[in-house]
Design a protein. Structure first.
Length: 68
């Protein structure tokens, strides 16, 4: 029984690790896209939250969660 629980816990840990990597990748690819589009349009792009806007994806998520 303990072996099954450890196997299940290991599976859940691997899934969570993969999910975190995917979510962070999407967030920072979106950030990079916004910076590039801002450069192409002659504006700064995201630069308000954190050092040079690096926390902007997290601010966007919080803003989205607050909307109804």
């Amino acid at each position: 029984m303990l072996e099954v629980l450890l196997s299940l816990a290991w599976l859940v840990a691997k899934i969570l690790a993969l999910l975190i990597v995917v979510i962070l990748s999407v967030a920072y690819l979106t950030y990079a896209e916004r910076k590039i589009i801002g450069y192409m349009q002659g504006r700064l792009g995201p630069n308000r939250v954190g050092f040079q806007g690096l926390l902007q994806p997290f601010a966007d998520v919080l803003k989205m969660l607050q909307k109804r």
